[in-house]
Ligand binder design. Structure first.
Ligand code: GAP
Length: 437
């Protein structure tokens, strides 16, 4: 199973999904760049999330808050004090590790193999520090945010009053977050710079447990609707030891990655912890006044927090297949067409009889309809199919000799390999119909 990760990393590079950051300089530790296809896949994933959270609901508003925030935010949130991992150092090779790694717990250095050479664990804060302005001192110290949620809490009243929302309602945003992880790894699974799609749902205290169940169910259904194999998804309830400092109850949504069951989304009942702390530290009231009863209270928060990069890894791992077709091996990414970077590829079968010109027209019609398509006139038809199968393109459109006779083209389905023949001027509508459902 583990070599599936090597295959994914290699395919991601070969097809322009994901490259190592600053590769020509030897790479930056656990930071990745998304290439042409990866950027599209990520945009599509975020777009679907935004649509389901913000556009298709009246009770959730969107937000795009800044990465740099007042440093007191992180004192109030508890991150300055508590966002730490236990760190040990091998006194032989001087590599540093999280103290809770299984190898470290068995007292053997994962890098040099030395036994019993670790220092005592010390707590290491995962927030990246930076400085605002020209002076680098404590007064200008800022943090790169380790979660996007705090940008939502400090804007709770701004959004509630300007959007004239009543509780229960939510605020959603998709943004970058940064964590100086001690042991990042597994490709884009654990990185130091990543994106989160987070939604904070504000409810009346007492209604929190019911809303928690509602959101757990909704989030699992969303991933299944995206086409992720239900048998590889499960919930994991946090034990009291695992609960974050802000959470009363938490469930992870886990996926069976090639390296085991791991979390890619968390659902947390954060109670009134964050708003109450910001109220205390800022001295500003963050209460909701019920317009009916006039009652004032600090709302409870149910949070859904999806890692965009990790979910993208779920999509890639779940879609990867090796198959034999007509005696030949093919690698295919069976991505849901809604998230697939390219929806179609257009191939003129031969470079004569005006076929490339007809194919260009089909490609341009798709482009005008905002359906991403790839024009490919080079190599054998088999090679062109294989390239698109690996890229995850759901439909390949071939313009052949018959096109000139009856103005039809063939469309080949990536997964079933079935081919249909339809008239050239129906291609755009045919694809639009399938992308809608
Ligand atoms: N606001 C709550 C919060 O940040 P979390 O469980 O620490 O909760 C939520 O993170 C999600 O963010 C995780 O489920 C994961 O998908 C993603 N995530 C966290 N740390 C990450 C990292 N170092 N690299 C990639 N994704 C990460």
């Amino acid at each position: 199973m583990a070599d599936l990760m090597d295959k994914l990393v290699s395919l991601a590079k070969r097809r322009g999904y994901i490259f190592q950051s600053s590769e020509i300089y030897g790479g930056t530790g656990s930071v990745w760049d998304y290439g042409p296809l990866g950027a599209e896949l990520k945009r599509n994933l975020k777009e679907l999330w935004w649509r389901s959270m913000v556009h298709q609901r009246d009770d959730i508003e969107g937000l795009d808050s800044a990465i740099l925030m007042h440093p007191r935010v992180w004192e109030a949130s508890g991150h300055v004090e508590g966002f730490t991992d236990p760190l040990v150092e091998c006194t032989k090779c001087h590599r540093r590790f999280r103290a809770d790694m299984p190898e470290v717990e068995s007292d053997q250095c994962p890098t040099c193999g030395t036994k019993d050479a670790f220092t005592e664990p010390r707590m290491f804060n995962l927030m990246f520090k930076t400085f605002m302005g020209p002076v680098e001192d404590d007064a200008s110290l800022l943090y790169l945010r380790p979660e996007t949620a705090q940008g939502i809490y400090v804007n709770f009243l701004n959004v509630q009053t300007t959007a004239r929302q009543r509780i229960p309602f939510g605020i959603a945003q998709i943004c970058k977050a940064f964590r100086n992880e001690i042991t990042p790894g597994n490709f884009i699974f654990r990185t130091r710079e990543f994106e989160q799609a987070e939604m904070q749902f504000f409810v009346e205290p007492g209604d929190d447990e019911e809303w928690f169940d509602t959101w757990m169910d909704a989030r699992m259904r969303w991933h299944v609707a995206l086409g992720v194999d239900r048998d590889k998804l499960r919930f994991h309830e946090h034990t009291p030891d695992e609960l974050a400092h802000y959470a009363k109850q938490a469930y992870d949504i886990e996926y069976l990655f090639p390296f085991g069951w791991k979390e890619f989304e968390g659902i947390h009942n954060r109670t009134d912890f964050d708003l109450a702390r910001h109220q205390e530290f800022s001295g500003k009231r963050l209460e909701y006044i019920d317009p009916g009863s006039g009652e004032r209270y600090v709302p409870y928060v149910i949070e859904t927090s999806m890692g965009v990069d990790r979910t993208l890894l779920v999509l890639l791992a779940d879609a990867y297949r090796e198959e034999e077709v007509a005696g030949e091996e093919r690698v295919v990414l069976a991505l849901n067409p809604k998230v697939a970077p390219l929806k179609a590829a257009v191939f003129p079968l031969v470079k004569k009889d005006g076929l490339p010109e007809v194919a260009r027209k089909v490609h341009e019609a798709l482009r005008d309809a905002a359906i991403p398509s790839f024009f490919d006139a080079s190599g054998s038809i088999g090679r062109r199919y294989r390239r698109q199968d690996e890229a995850g393109t759901p439909w390949c459109i071939t313009i052949d000799g018959q096109t000139n006779d009856d103005a039809t083209v063939t469309i080949r389905d990536r997964d079933t390999l079935e081919q249909v023949r339809i008239s050239t001027d129906r291609v755009v509508g045919w694809l639009e119909e399938r992308l809608r459902t």
